[in-house]
Design a protein around this ligand. Structure first.
Ligand SMILES: C[S@@+](CC[C@H](N)C(=O)[O-])C[C@H]1O[C@@H](n2cnc3c(N)ncnc32)[C@H](O)[C@@H]1O
Length: 179
């Protein structure tokens, strides 16, 4: 009898986790797909960040980009992530790398982004459209935005750089926006 209850309990946990993951995916419409470390390093070689400035990563996944950026440029890192699995990996990565990065389990569309000097994103078109509306509405004119792989639908990038990491639906480009 104990084993029956135990198996039912495990199945219940798996079911709840699956439902929560599905709800988050339906909400963000952006799956957790992490960038290869090779691509992260290429992006960081192409851009340049000032020491002690604040870098926000919106949809930071497992935070490897923020950790690598802090190592290379000594920036202060802030991440936002809704996916619980990515968040657990993020917290573990930050702990094991002894990085000084704060990650919030919050929807970045509802947050104040005005303290950022730089914003990095690797998001799909639908999320970029919503973020673009927020950026325009709040007039975040001091922030430099770096988008990997996908460009904002209506903003014009001031620079387009190439990592040369092409995949089927991604040309490996880095779009930089000085608003
Ligand atoms: C394509 S993944 C990129 C992960 C990471 N930035 C990387 O490059 O490895 C996009 C992430 O954004 C997160 N995301 C999408 N919309 C979000 C929102 N509104 N608030 C917080 N996180 C969001 C998703 O959960 C997903 O993990």
């Amino acid at each position: 009898m104990f084993w029956l209850y135990f198996i039912l309990f495990i199945l219940l946990i798996v079911f709840i986790v699956a439902i929560v993951t599905l709800v988050i995916l339906l909400k963000t419409k952006v799956p957790f797909v992490s960038l290869p470390i090779k691509t992260i390093n290429k992006i960081l070689d192409l851009i340049s960040l000032e020491e002690n400035e604040i870098l926000y990563e919106l949809g930071c996944g497992d935070s490897r980009f923020l950790i690598a950026a802090q190592r290379k440029y000594k920036i202060k890192g802030v991440g936002y992530e809704l996916n619980w699995w990515a968040l657990i990996r993020s917290k573990l990565n930050i702990f094991f790398h002894q990085a000084e990065i704060v990650v919030y389990n919050k929807d970045f569309l509802k947050e104040d982004l005005s303290k950022a000097d730089y914003i990095f994103v690797y998001l799909l078109d639908s999320a970029l459209l919503k973020l673009e509306k927020k950026i325009i509405k709040n007039n975040y004119s001091e922030v430099k935005i770096i988008s990997y792989g996908f460009k904002f639908p209506n903003l014009t990038p001031s620079q387009v750089l190439s990592t040369q990491d092409r995949t089927n639906n991604n040309k490996g480009l880095v779009y930089i926006y000085n608003l």
